[in-house]
Write a protein that binds this ligand. Sequence first.
Ligand SMILES: [Zn+2]
Length: 204
Amino acid sequence: MTGPLIAETLIPRMEGRAFEMLAGQVLRLVAVEGKQVGDLTASNLHDHDEQMNVIFSTTMNDRSVSHVRRVFSGAPYFNEMLTIENDNHGVHWLGGRCNRFLYQAMGAPDHRNCHDNILEAVAPHSLTERQVQLDTLNVFMNVVYEPGGTFTFEPPVIEQGDYVDFRASMDLLVAISACPNEGDLRGEINDYVAKPLKVEIYDA
Ligand SMILES: [Zn+2]
């Protein structure tokens, strides 16, 4: 159950946006144009040193990096930050995110990337890059693990209009990047075309 819709934002393709959330509010991430990954990170709205942590969140989700129900901050806080409520497909990835160094290695040094998208989005909130680690919930991302521990990326299993709801367990600054991977540059992550995403915020 959510309260009334209080804000709505379209994240343009290949860009990022940040959202302030109060405890109890719900952020709905909608795949408005179909198969598209959103790279989500979160920090305490009142203490930006407290950030989401992938390893601890994995531990707290029965050691699953895919079927994620709760997102936590790391040491020394160890707080629940978000819970996932409506999630028809339940395929995500607790991991990292694309960044300028990865694109440099792929021969596209000036390509937009999720890490810089998120840095741009949180800059008005005075976060430094040191306060924005690579820990990410890659919403809708379909990662397939191989024997031996390597993994590959497959197109998301979602369809146009699918969404997932995140309820804030505490006051948060949440940043989301519409991942710019497309074409030959790990395009399978977004079914080969980068698309926009929509965010709706509902009151508690
Ligand atoms: Zn990305």
